[in-house]
Design a protein around this ligand. Structure first.
Ligand SMILES: NC(=O)c1ccc[n+]([C@@H]2O[C@H](COP(=O)([O-])OP(=O)(O)OC[C@H]3O[C@@H](n4cnc5c(N)ncnc54)[C@H](OP(=O)(O)O)[C@@H]3O)[C@@H](O)[C@H]2O)c1
Length: 282
C-alpha cells in the first residue's frame, strides 16, 4: 500500500477503510472482510459506537499490530484535560490496543484547547503515534497550530468531487497538515455513482465511478477511507493503484466543485450548538 509521510515522520497508508454508520453488530464482519481484502488503515470513532467490534476483528485477524494503522476519534468532552484522558482510555480499552496510530479530535467544538493539550500529553507519553483533528476549517486550524506546541498531523474533512477543498488543502500543505477525505463518495449524494462526467472518465479507463473518484483523490495526495459493507466493493475500492487519470481528466473533474458541503456546515450556529452539546458515554 502506498503511504504518505506525516509531519512527524510516521508513515500512513493513503487508502483505508471507514466504519461510520456500520451497526456494531455488523462491524466485526465488515472489518474482517476489509482486512482480508488488504486494508490496513482502519478509521473509527467513539461516536460510531463500534470500537469494540473493530477491536475484535483486529484481534481475530492475527495481523501483526505494526502492520496496522488504527485511527479513532475523540468526541466533544466536558471542559478539562482529565475528561479527554478518560475518553482516550475508554477507546483504547474498547479497541483492545495498547497504543493508537492516529487520534483525531472529531469536532472543532467545546474545550478545544484543553482537549488538544491532553492529546499532546498522550502523544508525548508514546500512547499515540500521531495526533490530528477533523472538521477544522482553515481559520480554526491555523489558530490551533499557532497557539500550541504540536501541529496536527492530519485534518480529516469532507472531501469529494462536489466539495473538493483544494484551497484548504493548500493551506494545510503550507502548514504541514495532511488532508484526509471523509465521505469520498459523498455517500452517493448528487447521484455520484451515476454521474455522467465521472461515468465517462470511468469508461475511458475500463473502471468504475468509485474507482475514478478514489484515484482522483489519491492522485491529489488526499488520504481516503471509503466505507462499504460489501466485500466486492471493498475489493474494487482498494484497486486504484494501476491506472492514472490524465491532466485533462483531473481538470474536468475539478469543474464539479460546488465549494460547499453536501452534509452540514461546521460553521452553522445551530449545528455548532447541536453537535457541541451532544455527549458520547464511555
Ligand atoms: N470525521 C468525520 O466527521 C466523518 C464524517 C463522515 C465520515 N467519516 C469517515 O469517512 C468514512 C467514509 O465516509 P462515509 O462512510 O460517510 O461515506 P462514503 O465512503 O462516501 O460512502 C459510503 C457509501 O457508498 C457505498 N459504496 C461504497 N463503495 C461503493 C462502490 N464501490 N460502489 C457503490 N457504492 C459504494 C456504501 O454502500 P455499502 O456499504 O452498501 O457498499 C455507502 O452507502 C466513514 O466511514 C468514516 O470513517 C468521518
Amino acid at each position: 500500500m502506498r503511504t504518505v509521510t506525516l509531519n512527524n515522520g510516521v508513515e500512513m497508508p493513503i487508502l483505508g477503510f471507514g466504519v461510520y454508520q456500520i451497526p456494531p453488530e455488523q462491524t466485526e464482519q465488515a472489518v474482517t472482510d476489509a482486512l482480508a481484502a488488504g486494508y490496513r488503515l482502519l478509521d473509527t470513532a467513539a461516536a460510531y459506537r463500534n470500537e469494540e467490534a473493530v477491536g475484535r476483528a483486529i484481534k481475530s485477524s492475527g495481523i501483526a499490530r505494526d502492520d496496522l494503522f488504527v485511527t479513532t476519534k475523540l468526541w466533544v468532552q466536558d471542559p478539562g484535560e482529565d475528561n479527554t484522558k478518560r475518553a482516550f482510555d475508554a477507546s483504547l480499552r474498547k479497541l483492545g490496543l495498547d497504543h493508537l496510530d492516529l487520534y483525531l479530535m472529531h469536532q472543532p467544538f467545546g474545550d478545544v484547547y484543553g482537549q488538544w493539550r491532553a492529546m499532546q500529553n498522550l502523544y508525548r507519553e508514546g500512547l499515540i503515534r500521531a495526533i490530528g483533528v477533523s472538521n477544522f476549517y482553515p481559520d480554526r486550524l491555523v489558530d490551533l497550530i499557532d497557539h500550541n506546541d504540536v501541529t496536527p498531523a492530519v485534518n480529516q474533512i469532507e472531501t469529494h468531487p462536489f466539495f473538493q477543498r483544494t484551497a484548504d488543502q493548500e493551506i494545510m500543505r503550507e502548514r504541514g497538515v495532511q488532508i484526509e477525505s471523509w465521505g469520498p463518495f459523498a455517500e452517493g449524494r448528487n447521484n455520484l455513482f451515476a454521474h455522467p462526467l465521472l461515468s465517462e472518465v470511468a469508461g475511458a479507463h475500463g473502471r468504475s465511478v468509485p474507482q475514478v473518484v478514489l484515484r482522483w483523490l489519491v492522485q491529489r495526495g488526499v488520504v481516503v477511507i471509503p466505507k462499504s459493507v460489501r466485500p466486492d466493493r471493498m475489493a474494487q475500492n482498494i484497486d486504484v493503484f494501476d491506472f492514472e487519470l490524465t491532466d485533462d481528466q483531473m481538470a474536468r473533474i475539478a469543474t464539479l466543485d460546488t465549494g460547499s458541503s453536501l452534509f452540514f456546515d461546521h460553521r452553522d450556529p445551530a449545528m455548532v450548538s447541536q453537535l457541541g452539546r451532544a455527549r458520547v458515554s464511555d
